[in-house]
Design a protein around this ligand. Structure first.
Ligand code: B4P
Length: 190
């Protein structure tokens, strides 16, 4: 199985590149952001709780996202592999993911970290906010808050996978096909 963590700050291109990875490698795409936004759309109890946190650019509690991923692993047991997009976002989530995969006799193959400077991230997210309807993309202060959350709680996840020898940093600046080409080279060499 090919199990990839696609990592990077908000706006680095995780969701964007996941689409091409799915098409090329036939993996199941698990985006905790997308899963949470579907819960909000369905006005479920979980969605109602997550909405205010997400709109403010804060993280949803670990147990909520870990539970969602656990369910998806259970219901996709015959998958060729998974691409984890936006998860794990804390060290606790990374530890939980290792345990969940271990229960299925699996492990993370590689963690690809898309590296993009803050000014470019802010520009991309404000641009998306013009027509995405996402409240967390519409205001510079909320976006800066998301970058702060990334630096304070999420960046450490890169070290977690580095100690396992699984992290590969990739330049996330360039056109979408250029960035995908770098991802493809990294995956084909893994
Ligand atoms: P996510 O949905 O993961 O959103 P994101 O960080 O903004 O990244 P996304 O993948 O959508 O954007 P992309 O970089 O592809 O998270 C949203 C919120 O959900 C979080 O703040 C949190 O509240 C909650 N959440 C999610 N997962 C969680 C977890 N595990 N634990 C706790 N809470 C969680 O693209 C951004 C823009 O850049 C797009 O418009 C795209 O078109 C553009 N772009 C991409 N690549 C480009 C390129 N090469 N050049 C120019 N533009 C590019």
């Amino acid at each position: 199985m090919l199990n990839i963590v696609l990592f990077g700050p908000p706006g680095a291109g995780k969701g964007t590149q996941s689409q091409s990875i799915v098409e090329t490698y036939g993996l199941i795409h698990l985006s905790t952001g997308d899963l949470l936004r579907s819960e909000i759309k369905a006005e479920s109890e979980l969605g109602l709780k997550a909405k205010s946190l997400m709109d403010a650019g804060k993280l949803v509690p670990d147990e909520v996202v870990i539970g969602m991923i656990s369910n998806k692993l259970e219901t996709n047991q015959d998958a060729k592999g998974f691409i984890f997009d936006g998860f794990p976002r804390t060290k606790e989530q990374a530890i939980a993911l290792d345990k969940l995969l271990e229960n299925h006799g699996e492990t993370i193959t590689k963690m690809l970290s898309l590296e993009v400077a803050d000014e470019e991230l802010i520009k991309r997210l404000l641009e998306r906010g013009k027509d995405s309807g996402r409240p967390d993309d519409q205001n510079k202060e909320v976006i800066q808050g998301r970058l702060d959350v990334y630096n304070e709680q999420t960046a450490i996840v890169k070290e977690y996978y580095s100690t396992q020898g699984k992290t590969e940093e990739l330049n996330g600046i360039g056109t979408i096909p250029e960035v995908f080409d770098r991802i493809k080279k990294a995956l084909d060499n893994s």
